[in-house]
Design a protein around this ligand. Sequence first.
Ligand code: SF4
Ligand code: MG
Length: 331
Amino acid sequence: EAPMLEVKNLETAFDIDGTFYNAVDNVSFKVKPRQIVGVVGESGCGKSVMSLSVMQLLPKGIGKIKAGEIVFDGINLEKMTEAQINKIRGKDISMIFQEPMTSLNPVFTIGYQLEEVLFNHMKISKKEARQKSIALLKSVGISRPEKIVDEYPHQLSGGMRQRVMIAIAIACQPKLLIADEPTTALDVTVQAQILELLKSIQEVNDMSVILITHDLGVVAEMCDEVIVMYAGKIVERTDVETLFYNPKHPYTTLLLGAVPKMEQEEERLSSIQGIVPSLTNMLKVGCRFANRCPKAMPECLTTTPILAETDYGHEVACLLYETSKPREGVR
Ligand code: SF4
Ligand code: MG
């Protein structure tokens, strides 16, 4: 089966004081139809930049795709004009963000904002749009949708607002949904409800989903495949069971070992010593994880590991594995 999304050798660079640095560096992966792919890593590892690249939503003049291909459902997104991408974005691919980043507009009603998406992508009457908006609110588990449709975002709880965001994102039945930390800002009970909702919507709509999260508990519950990113690169990629039972990259092992504390989700990953290198501080050669890696060897500072299959369907970029050592003609 052809992939729904294929990212090939993506390099996305950001301008810092006149020099472009790669925030996403030679990243390749596929998302199959109906698959939920988790992207994990600490903040600053390039997860969000990667998804903004796919959506062609990089900040103008600051971030740019330097190299690579983004093939969605057989078409190259990185070659599209703004007008072409606008037809796809919000319709065939949509995105939901963490609550503080939501694009809900405080001055318009929920119904207005849902109808706007419908009008943008469908030939539909005002009356049909309103009916469809109410049905969409109902489908995301909002009770009394006839009332909520005329309310404003500030009248709703955080969980309700995230449900509305999901309703907007699925309004045109996208083939791919990108969810960037969709539950991070919500309390634990609401988180669980929203994840359950996402999973059932994925099944009903046959969507592919990219789920970006710093929370491995979320990954375990939701995902089929997992991509682990560190400092702009993929360091491990495999199915969810293998990741938990047979992790191979020392960074993954550390992520898994970070003790979950229910009340302090945010602190989970920061219990790993050290910090992700900033864009201007990344090593040009060698492994970017070397300064934090408990298994680092001298060669880790001089040789850049290659992401390669160690076992079928299990890719790792670490010099502890023969497959990651550079050979001629491979980078
Ligand atoms: Fe650690 Fe070296 Fe592997 Fe990097 S390449 S993760 S430093 S062992
Ligand atoms: Mg992020």
